[in-house]
Design a protein around this ligand. Structure first.
Ligand code: SF4
Length: 179
């Protein structure tokens, strides 16, 4: 069974926000909310300053605190690709998952349920990439099976230096940033 993840090349991302627009359009994300966003991180001091631009979203963690804290089972790990999802009609909007997520990746949809990135699983099941990956004009985003050593994401991770967000949180995130 696949274990889906993303690999994003921070050297190619220009922060154009096409991924945000694609996500909002594809998933009908309501006004005022986002399932993905752009983060800017500046390191070093003049004249050796480096700015990393990252397209961020739910990390679909291997050990997701949002799933273990959910009192109803609405937050769950989908067997297909081991993607973390929310079953809207089982969610009571208690926000326990919002509080548990170290990445601040969730919001409460105006209809009352917790919402977030789904890796566009409806597209993936049709053999397509997530919308954000499909539209990226610099092709900096890659999606695939982290457990397949021959997948593009696995090959990129074995050949390039990379990091993931907040490793100290112990969630084992599945979005990696090439540096
Ligand atoms: S807001 Fe919904 S998904 Fe999140 S913990 Fe509460 S019941 Fe579960």
């Amino acid at each position: 069974m696949a274990r889906y993840g993303m690999v994003i090349d921070t050297r190619r991302c220009v922060g154009c926000m096409d991924c945000l627009v694609a996500c909002k359009t594809e998933n009908d994300v309501p006004e005022g909310f986002n399932r993905d966003w752009i983060a800017y991180e500046t390191r070093g001091a003049f004249p050796t300053v480096h700015q990393e631009i990252r397209s961020e979203r739910c990390n679909h963690c291997d050990t997701p605190p949002c799933v273990t804290c959910c009192p109803t089972g609405a937050s769950h790990v989908e067997p297909f690709g081991r993607v973390v999802l929310v079953t809207a009609n089982e969610c009571i909007g208690c926000k326990a998952c919002l509080a548990s997520c170290p990445y601040d990746a969730r919001f409460v949809h105006p209809d009352g349920y917790a919402d977030k990135c789904t890796f566009c699983l409806h597209r993936v099941k049709d053999g397509l990439d997530p919308a954000c990956v499909a539209v990226c004009p610099t092709r900096c985003m890659h999606f695939g099976d982290l457990d397949d050593p021959l997948s593009e994401v696995s090959r990129l991770l074995s050949s390039r230096s990379h990091h993931a967000r907040l490793p100290a949180a112990g969630t084992r995130p599945r979005i990696f940033y090439l540096t």
